[in-house]
Design a protein. Structure first.
Lengths: 577, 388
């Protein structure tokens, strides 16, 4: 109701009229108001049995009335009657119920100024000026203005309306709507909705809607002060089965209770707390896995060049960055020529990034790194210089600003899994990381290239004596590591800004992963990446993102001092690496 | 030659600084010989970098510890000085509050944090510029060297150290000005910053400190201690088997080097007028390493020469071709490590020396190197010039 409507209501003679003390017989609403009045009648000795009988029969008569015409009470001048009628209409399941109640809420429902036997109700549309018969929905001629009055809803009626609309949706033909209505009642339970919920429950067939209704019933029972303790215990069990925050809130509202109900509620709350904590742990683990898989993607290539070849490639981050820019370029081509196929641009970008980054890697190995074997610290400096050149080159070509890399539709969105919200792009990266890692391990284990790589790692001179071209293997290994970095760039382009500084943000973390996991061990790298990801995410809520990261760095520094060769050191007889 | 170069480098530094100072203060601005304040400021900056380069060279060139985090000690020294300069602003700040620096008022701090007390006094700040980097380095080094973390592992965790400090100093809660750091300094010991005589004085002080640092480093590396350090660099296990404790030698030189870097930072801040967390960036530390590589790893004069040359090149190139500097710096890294592994001074010296053993790689150089070191140890003190 708008303020202007309020104002006009106050001025309207109808409103004044309706606020007048009612002379209408009031036996009907008293009975409908509930058992409370009846019980008080029993308790009081001066109340005769006759009165009780009268009340009971009166109630029966009223029920018969409402069954015949639930709308009749709306025409009453008593608010109690109107409230009862609203409840009756809501329970009736009548197709017109929604519109009539809406009209009441919008101050558009009219009846005769002086009640007539037909208890006629009209809906007036102020915009079109048309009048409808509320019961049938048929247009009627405008009744004489002086003979009708607007039915006014006070706060009590409005509350009843709110509950009633909720109950009304329970009889919607759409099961999803019925389920949503039941959930809404659960979220905001009231004793008044209990009959509606029970009625709906008696006819509900859809299992999902039925489950939601059972929850709503339990919540309503818990909100009914008069419900028996057995009923309430059963209700607590039903609510506790939800194991979520709304259930906990509902149960914690029972704190004031005594006896077995309070005990059951407390036990249920403890159980829910445990479950919620479990979900939040799971969520932390999921976020950690997501971060860990990103770290793993970025570090996997490094684990090969550093772990297998002993080469510190500070330009590794730039290989990741190049992979992201390849993705951007591929998407630009898709946007320009085949925009319909944009969804598959990432699929094309993966091999493209692998080939481009891999080729650049082989070039680097042939032109630079092979002159520096056996001098890891010099390699570190030279590749750092290279990283500066690559960054500046990308900046000259593409500019320093962030590039717009799109996310295909099939990677956007999310779904709920129990208490977890899982975003598709993060999930895609986790799956992608597993695939890449499996492919990498397969290459190392089952291909001739992998065999030779391992041979060269274990004993370079012996491998050379057996006819393996070690320089060629070196170049291929470096190319493979760089190619994996390029693939990581494709994935990172989906969750990070694609700018010339992309690689810089990951290089230190990647090194931490490789060093933490132990050099030359892909499993160690995997475990280290996941542990670091999870620890990082677990610390974030406690310490904040930046402080959490600092703590992780300090922990790694301390860890390296305890175990200088990482989690899984390569065992050997060498005194010095 | 040995005796000569012992003294020649500091003398050159002092003489050049004195000439610049005289030409700056003693000639009118219109004179052709006049040296502008800008040039004096640059010279002062380069000298601070030279101290950082000396610090890096001590640990990398002589003890074989490749540090990728020395700029952290430099920045810590700088912050100590920055805190003094900030307190020196007093009531002349934007908020005219003598009790709290501007940024603390801006962030809603009520009281001066405990670790800011004492920084109103210059001697305290100078002592802190030495002690804070020194203590951090000692703690870090104690754990790292005791558990024999070495080679690239140590390099990577030094990088992690400076990265962690970078992140920490970015936080406003740390009470060091957060992202913006500290700037807008007014004066140092009563002398207004920005006046030409103050700038010149700071440059001359930097020159004297650099010269003293050079002489100190020279003495250290030439001593028996220095010989063990070099032996440790070339064959750590063998040195250990001979009965030395490499971790202690490393710890001492590492801590001294951090303190030297702290002095450099403390002198750097009043000359550039600002200190902020970007000084902790890992890239800065790696750049300091390339100065040493260019000049000549394991040669002290090379470290100074490298710092000055590379930064001179940076100043000229960023002025002339702004986009080209990173290409040049990157190319420098690659070309120097591949074609000039001994650096400029190292290459020149090798031509002259009969049997100099300069570091060429991180690999132990085998029995010959160690025998030579042992011979050196026996005739302790002769052949001071030979750094390896």
């Amino acid at each position: 109701m708008t303020p202007a409507a309020c104002l006009s209501d106050r001025k309207s003679p109808d409103a004044v009229l309706s606020l007048r003390p009612s002379h209408h017989p009031r036996h009907l609403p008293r009975v409908m108001a509930g058992k409370g009045g009846t019980r008080r009648g029993f308790a009081s000795l001066c109340c005769a049995l006759a009165l009780t009988l009268f009340l009971v029969f009166g109630g029966a008569k009223a029920r018969a009335d409402t069954a015949a015409d639930p709308y009749a009470g709306l025409a009453s001048q008593s608010f109690d009657s109107i409230v009862s009628a609203v409840q009756a209409v809501a329970l009736s399941g009548d197709a017109r119920a929604h519109q009539v109640l809406d009209a009441l809420g919008n101050n558009a429902l009219y009846t005769w100024r002086y009640d007539r036997p037909d208890h006629a109700l009209f809906i007036h549309d102020p915009q079109t000026g048309k009048w409808l018969n509320a019961r049938t929905g048929d247009p009627v001629h405008a009744p004489p203005f002086m003979q009708v009055r607007r039915i006014v809803a006070n706060d009590m009626v409005k509350n009843a309306l709110q509950t009633a609309t909720g109950v009304l949706d329970l009889s919607s033909p759409d099961p999803a709507l019925r389920k949503a209505a039941a959930s809404a009642i659960f979220a905001n339970p009231a004793a008044a909705t209990l009959p509606g919920v029970r009625h709906a429950l008696s006819i509900e067939k859809n299992p999902a809607a039925r489950a939601a209704l059972l929850q709503a019933e339990a919540a309503d029972i818990l909100s009914t002060p008069s419900a028996s303790s057995d009923e309430r215990l059963a209700a607590i069990h039903a609510v506790a089965a939800r194991d979520d925050m709304p259930a906990r809130n509902l149960l914690s509202s029972l704190q004031g209770e005594h006896g077995p109900v309070a005990t059951a509620a407390a036990a249920a709350i403890a159980h829910i707390d445990f479950t919620l904590r479990l979900w939040s742990w799971l969520e932390t683990v999921y976020y950690g896995l997501s971060l860990g898989s990103v770290l793993l993607l970025a570090a996997a290539g490094l684990a090969i060049t550093f772990g297998v070849m002993g080469v510190i490639n500070m330009a590794h981050g730039e290989m990741v960055m190049i992979g992201a820019y390849v993705t951007f370029s591929v998407q630009q081509v898709f946007r320009a020529y085949i925009p319909d196929m944009f969804g598959s641009s990432l699929i094309v970008a993966i091999p493209a990034a692998f080939l481009v980054a891999g080729a650049i890697g082989i070039l680097i190995e042939r032109c630079m790194i092979r002159f520096l074997y056996g001098r890891p610290l010099e390699t570190l400096l030279a590749t750092w210089g290279l990283s500066l050149i690559l960054q500046q080159a990308i900046r000259s070509i593409f500019g320093a600003e962030n590039q717009n890399v799109g996310t295909p539709d099939w990677m956007s969105g999310y779904f709920a899994l129990g208490g977890l919200t899982i975003t598709l792009n993060r999930l895609a990266i986790i799956v992608f990381t597993i695939i890449v890692l499996a492919a990498l391990m397969a290459v190392m284990r089952y291909t001739p290239l992998g065999l030779r790589m391992r041979a060269v790692t274990q004993n370079r001179r012996m491998a050379a004596s057996m006819g393996i071209r070690t320089p060629w293997i070196d170049a291929m290994t470096f190319g493979l590591g760089s190619g994996i970095a390029g693939i990581a760039g494709v994935a990172l382009s989906q969750i990070d800004n694609v700018s010339p500084n992309l690689g810089q943000n990951y290089i230190i973390d990647s090194f931490m992963v490789v060093v933490f996991g132990g050099v030359g061990n892909l499993w160690g790298t995997t475990l280290a990446a996941l542990v670091l990801g999870i620890v990082n995410k677990a610390l974030e809520p406690v310490a904040g993102a930046v402080l959490g990261k600092i703590v992780v760095l300090v922990l790694i520094i301390l860890f390296i001092q305890r175990r200088p060769r990482g989690l899984f050191p390569v065992k050997g007889r060498a005194v010095e690496a | 030659m040995t005796r000569l170069s012992f003294t020649v480098t500091p003398v050159i530094i002092i003489v050049v600084a004195a000439i610049l100072a005289i030409l700056n203060l003693g000639t009118p601005a219109t004179s052709a010989l006049h040296v502008s304040d800008f040039v004096v400021g640059l010279a002062g900056k380069y000298l601070c970098y030279a101290m950082l380069a000396l610090a890096v060279d001590l640990v990398w060139g002589f003890a074989g510890i490749l540090t990728l985090g020395h700029a952290a000690f430099f920045a810590l020294g700088g912050y100590a000085m920055g805190m003094y300069l900030t307190r020196e602003i007093g009531a002349r700040g934007v908020y005219a509050n003598a009790q709290l620096p501007d940024f603390m008022i801006f962030l809603g701090w009520k009281n001066l944090p405990w670790y800011w007390h004492g920084f109103a006094h210059f001697p305290f700040a100078i002592v802190m510029a030495l002690i804070v980097p020194g203590v951090l380095a000692a703690i870090f080094g104690f754990f790292a060297f005791r558990s024999r973390v070495g080679g690239v592992y140590l390099s990577i965790i030094t990088q992690a150290l400076t990265y962690a400090l970078l992140l920490a100093f970015f936080r406003n809660d740390m009470g060091f000005g957060g992202n913006n750091g500290m700037t807008d300094f007014k004066d140092i010991l009563g002398a207004p910053i920005g006046r030409s005589s103050t700038g010149t004085a700071l440059m001359v002080i930097s020159a004297i400190c650099t010269a003293l640092a050079y002489i100190g480093a020279r003495w250290l590396t030439g001593s028996r201690f220095g010989k063990v350090m070099v032996a440790m660099r070339d064959a750590e296990s063998r040195t250990r088997f001979l009965g030395y404790r490499p971790e202690y030698y490393k710890l001492v030189v590492w801590t001294l080097s951090a303190m030297l870097a702290g002095i450099g930072g403390a002198l750097y801040v009043p000359q550039v007028g600002i200190i902020n967390p970007s000084e902790f960036a890992p890239a800065n530390s790696i750049e300091a390493v390339i100065w040493v590589a260019v000049g000549g790893r394991g040669t002290l004069s090379g470290a100074i020469l490298g710092a000055v040359l590379v930064n001179l090149g940076k100043t000229i190139l960023t002025g002339a071709l702004p986009g080209a500097w990173l290409y040049a710096l990157g190319g420098l890294f690659i070309l120097v490590t591949i074609f000039l592994p001994r650096g400029i001074v190292g290459s020149l010296r090798r031509k002259n020396a009969r049997d100099a053993i300069l570091p060429t790689s991180d690999e132990p150089q085998g029995i010959a190197a160690i025998d030579s070191v042992q011979a050196d140890l026996r005739e302790s003190g002769a052949e001071m010039e030979k750094p390896a």
